[in-house]
Design a protein around this ligand. Structure first.
Ligand code: TYM
Length: 332
């Protein structure tokens, strides 16, 4: 079976609909056809200041949400990045194979560092993508299921892996991005020209997966659309309606043309009402399941410990090979 690996940051508290439709839904769907490794990237989280108690809570909350979304530890390996020290170790090696200029071109770093200011920007934020390179290469991932905003990080991973292989001999698998065209970028409900994002969007523009079902429905119903009446997928001229069609289609597995036809004579209101209902129906059991996992932290921690053992077995082997390739003397 081909291998997939992906990660999600724990820092937002509740995941949002963009995370789910753009990435997590694919994580869940790939579990049977692929040998899947999924992790909560707590090491990445501290590239921006975090309150320790909050980080601990949000990391467990992230794991609980992954389980509630359908990530199944019996069919994949689910773990916390910090439980597998090889990530930080291989990241160091990758730091030394990545060009400063190459890293400087990462657009996510440019965006995030602009927000933090020069003094607030840590070196960790700069090398964030290089830790991500290590994440992916440690597991010889063939595919990396992510949203469009992560494409550049997969591309730099490929470049650095190819460079390492050329310099030291074939060591790493070259990964491909796995980005579903239909769901690659879910947009903010209040400003459908920018992606839905916890850091960039106003709460009204984001459907958080742990929103009160009623609040989630309200956000869908008050989504910004246009002054027209036609329900048609046309991201350029009708970004709001197109975004709602995308959300509807990916959430319910009905195609956009089918939806366009169904709502052709019904108007924006009907589309929003039905989508709000579909979202509510999804959010309600999700919230309940997340709470169940949170209520039993011992089981949750045991799941993560088991995942870490499985992940380490793979990661240790890759790290040892990489260390050997670069010329480190073996310990003992
Ligand atoms: P993160 O935590 O920002 O987001 C998790 C996943 O959600 C996707 N996503 C979206 N997809 C569609 N529309 C949106 N509006 C939207 N917002 C977020 C992201 O593309 C991502 O797939 N750097 C990564 C985490 C990471 C990682 C890795 C991923 C660390 N190591 C190794 C893959 C492989 C990140 O910050 O994702």
């Amino acid at each position: 079976r081909p291998r997939v690996l992906s990660g999600i940051q724990p820092t937002a508290g509740s995941f949002h609909l963009g995370n789910y439709l753009g990435a997590l839904r694919q994580w869940v769907n790939l579990q049977d056809s692929h040998d899947a490794f999924y992790m909560v990237v707590d090491l990445h989280a501290i590239t921006i200041p975090q309150d320790p108690a909050e980080l601990r809570a949000s990391t467990r909350l992230a794991a609980a949400q992954l389980l509630a979304a359908g990530v199944d530890p019996d069919r994949c390996t689910l773990f916390l990045q910090s439980h597998v020290p090889e990530h930080a170790q291989l990241a160091w090696v990758m730091n030394c194979v990545t060009g400063f200029g190459e890293a400087s071109r990462m657009t996510q770093f440019k965006d995030k560092s602009a927000k933090q200011g020069t003094e607030g920007t840590t070196v960790g934020l700069f090398t964030y993508p290089i830790l991500q390179i290590a994440d992916i290469l440690l597991y010889h991932a063939n595919q990396v299921p992510v949203g469009e905003d992560q494409r550049q990080h997969i591309e730099i991973t490929r470049d650095v892996a190819e460079r390492f292989n050329a310099r030291f001999g074939r060591t790493f698998t070259i990964p491909e991005p796995y980005i579903l065209k239909e769901a690659a970028k879910i947009y903010d409900l209040q400003d459908p020209t920018v992606k839905m994002s916890k850091s960039a969007s106003s709460p009204k523009g984001i459907v958080s997966l742990l929103d009160e079902p009623k609040a989630a429905a309200k956000k869908i119903k008050s989504a910004v659309t246009d002054t027209g009446t036609e329900i048609r997928y046309d991201p350029e001229h009708k970004p709001g309606i197109s975004n709602l069609l995308t959300i509807y289609s990916t959430l319910t597995d009905e195609s956009v043309p089918v939806l366009e036809q169904r709502y052709a004579d019904k108007g924006y209101g009907a589309l929003k009402t039905d989508l709000a209902e579909a979202v509510t129906e999804w959010v309600e059991p999700f919230r309940a399941r997340t709470q169940q996992y949170l209520d039993d932290p011992e089981t949750l921690d045991a799941v993560l410990a088991k995942g870490a053992d499985k992940a380490r077995a793979v990661a240790a082997e890759t790290l040892a090979e990489a260390y050997d390739r670069v010329g480190f003397v073996p310990a003992k």
